[in-house]
Design a protein around this ligand. Structure first.
Ligand code: CO8
Length: 372
């Protein structure tokens, strides 16, 4: 049985923050910190905070701005994190709200009604609560019968979620599966950390996966195969978790938020991702030159350029390997899906492409696609 991605949708947050806005807030916070701690700094008891720079951010990462679910609070030097109001149990949760928006767009692109979906997977880097699953909340809001569950695989949550949907259609456990990636990253970003305050943005993506036999959308991409790989690494880590209460650890401390050794990640993940991709396309007797489009993970433009150069032996151009991180920043697992959503309609029938994620875990996930 052939399995296709028949629809994709993106929720883009209503607010954006430019590098300059972000750097101005960070620098005001760092200056205030240094003033408050001037005595300890002079005595060598405390390290002064170095200032951030918009030029550095764009050059080191390719990021120019990022979208955010809530701008309020993020740029306030006395807060330095978004101010998102808690909702009561009978209100739609924040994450379900953004998931629903993307899901409705994906259903519309796939020409599918909620009644034709049998399973919902919410797959992302964090869920705002342990249970009931965000996926079941979305399932309920859409009136979908069948089953739903959440899964977390950090950077590869979206691709690994698509892998599970592909298997469900192959196994005939579901007629169609909705895979949703509500990447609400901003609550986990340490906006007082110069090394990482600029990296992430919020977004939600959704895809409909079904059998080719039932698909009647304008743009269908057959999933020719999937490939996944993980290798343990502490170089990207968040210790945020439910045991914080009993270990008396502070949910605001740096180790509880996203932190990484970016240089090591860059060095280790690029060759892993290139090798993974080479091996995956080889399964289909495809050479890198024959792949019409690379929808790659969107963490850092220099990483993508390096990987494409290794695959193609020349510099990447935007039509072969589209970049969305300049506007969206790193949106965790959703990045390659945003790249796909915004850059797939122009390809002709028979064109091939690869979706690939790489990052925390480490984890790498890919899908080889052919336009139907
Ligand atoms: N402003 C000015 N200067 C700075 C800044 C700044 N903001 N930050 C660092 N510098 C300085 C450093 O101090 C250093 O100075 P010196 O040379 O004097 O020591 C110099 O700039 C160079 O610093 P780095 O070596 O750190 O800079 P890099 O060129 O390595 O760039 C990057 C840093 C951009 C972080 C880069 O290493 C990178 O992108 N690496 C790959 C990271 C990656 O892909 N990570 C995966 C992210 S994880 C993920 O995608 C999903 C996780 C789950 C979601 C999490 C949601 C919150």
């Amino acid at each position: 049985m052939s399995v296709v991605i028949s629809g994709v949708g993106v929720w883009t947050p209503p607010f954006s923050i430019s590098n300059t806005e972000l750097v101005d807030a960070y620098n005001a916070w760092a200056t205030q910190f240094n003033e408050h701690n001037a005595k300890q700094i002079a005595q060598g008891l405390c390290e002064p905070k170095a200032l951030s720079s918009a030029e550095f951010i764009e050059k080191a990462s390719g990021i120019k701005s990022r979208y955010t679910y809530c701008k309020e609070g993020t740029l306030d030097v006395n807060r330095m994190r978004p101010k998102i109001a808690a909702r009561s149990d009978d209100q739609l949760s924040h994450q379900a709200e953004i998931a629903l928006d993307a899901a409705k767009k994906a259903l519309s692109a796939a020409n599918k009604s909620a009644q034709e979906i049998d399973a919902v997977i919410v797959s992302c880097s964090y869920t705002q609560r342990a249970y009931p699953a965000i996926a079941i909340e979305v399932q309920h809001a859409l009136g979908i019968k069948g089953f739903a569950f959440d899964m977390l695989v950090a950077c590869s949550a979206a691709t690994f979620g698509l892998h599970r949907a592909y298997e469900m259609i192959k196994a005939e456990t579901a007629r169609a599966v909705l895979v949703i990636n509500p990447e609400l990253t901003s609550p986990q970003v340490n906006y007082t950390d110069r090394e990482s305050h600029f990296i992430f943005g919020d977004v939600a993506t959704a895809t409909v996966v079904e059998s080719k036999a039932t698909a009647h959308a304008e743009h269908c991409y057959e999933i020719l195969s999937t490939r996944a790989e993980t290798q343990f690494s502490n170089n990207i880590r968040s210790n945020f978790g439910y045991t914080a209460r009993v270990s008396d650890t502070d949910p605001f401390e740096e180790a509880a938020l996203f932190h990484q050794n970016g240089k090591k990640v860059f060095k280790e993940v690029c060759p892993m991702a290139a090798q993974h991709l080479e091996a995956h396309i080889e399964q289909h007797n495809l050479s890198a030159h024959k792949v019409d489009r690379w929808w790659l993970h969107q963490a850092n433009i220099n990483m993508n350029n390096l990987i494409v150069k290794r695959l193609l032996g020349r510099d990447a151009d935007a039509s072969k390997a589209p970049i969305v991180l300049d506007r969206y920043a790193n949106t965790a697992s959703a990045g390659s899906l945003v790249a796909f959503a915004l850059n797939h309609e122009d390809l002709s029938s028979g064109a091939t492409g690869v979706i690939c994620s790489f990052g925390a875990g480490y984890s790498i996930g890919s899908l080889v696609l052919r336009k139907y």
